[in-house]
Design a protein around this ligand. Sequence first.
Ligand code: PMP
Length: 454
Amino acid sequence: AEEAQKALSEDLDHVWHPLLQHKTLRENPPLLMVAGHGATVVDAEGREYIDAFAGLWCVNVGYGRTEIAEAAYEQLRKLAYYPHTQANVPAALLADRVSRLAGMEHTYFVNSGSEANEAAFKLARQYHKNRGQPERYKIIGRYYAYHGTTLATLAAGGLPERRVKYEPMPDGFLHAPPAYCYRCPFGQKYPSCGLACARYIEYMIEAEGPETVAAIVMEPIQSGVGVLVPPDEYLPTVAEIARRHGVLLIIDEVINGFGRTGRWFAHQHYGIRPDLMAVAKGISSGYLPLAATLATDEVFQGFLGDPAEGRHAMQVNTWGGHAGACAAALKNIELMEREDLVGNAERVGAHLIAGLRSLSHHRWFGEVRGKGLLAALELVEDPDTRRPLAGALLNRIAAACQARGVIVGKYAGWSASGVGTGTALLFSPPLVLTREEADRIVAVVDEALREVGG
Ligand code: PMP
């Protein structure tokens, strides 16, 4: 206990947490996490929590998987690291495995989701340059999207509160409205809207001049602002628009990927094939840090270029293909396959979502959205006006869940009018979640809503 107190005090003095959290850190000290098993994490005082947020959407295979620790240990003993200017066995096997799961031939290993998206943006631009279309540089993202914390990924994202302090942003990033039917940016209703949000992307491409647009980037299901599940035809429509205009489609599967939505990759629900794809988080379930950018062979050949003409890709990083991290990721994927965790995500996810929908009698209940073990409960002051619930109340609800042994995610919108985004509890538990644990999450959310909301 003394050791834990000392660690926490050193943490408060020296560690930078995500800076949003920092000003309230002393009143709301972080939990000192020391262990975990399955979907459960354990703090220094021995309290157990069902982690309904999987450590920021990433621990897909669950906590305490000693098989992964052992696979990493074996590799670290043999050869922890050699730069990917040469080859190593785990990286080669992993690239093969991931490429086959994704149906995309080439994998470039990086260290974070931000870097994976950043590489995709660079390579999309280079692809067009190599094809004699240097003026194709614009990248269309979506408002309220999150693609990472580096300057270009912030520019591609659409969250003003994360971006404006760091402006000016790199040039050439445009934004389309999200596919958000509960708060339709066009004030319409599905399906009579005719998918105005997808059509607007074509309008943007034409108005900008298709010969200036390099790529579109999106998550299949926009996670962070409240799990915005699009209508089924949205992604196929966007993919078709991109193809027709010679624009590459970059799919961000950093959260959606590796089984979370009940498919290996969420875009597979919609029958599309991306040109470039970013993955991170669930690829190694956080046992060691790893991420990757994938490309189809056609696109890969396109940006590879000819070194003699100076057109080759200039993309490099130090830790890419780290042998220890790749060994952990390989074992992670093997466990997911052996235990059918993608199927479990689909089945237990449907159960969790049905459970959350059964809370519709609460006065703050707005809507439940989700696929697999990726879900959100949007909370409103009043279901008729759909005015978002205040962030302070959301914090109290999440704290009440934590006090009852369930950690949930939360998103509090920036827009007071509610035109932009709402307020939501977020759920992305480890894919090993059982039906009983899903029931417990729902029961705790129910109690927390009653405690805070009366
Ligand atoms: N894309 C999405 C959709 C994300 O949610 C995140 C991180 N939460 C990122 C990219 C960036 O990943 P990282 O934090 O590993 O840089």
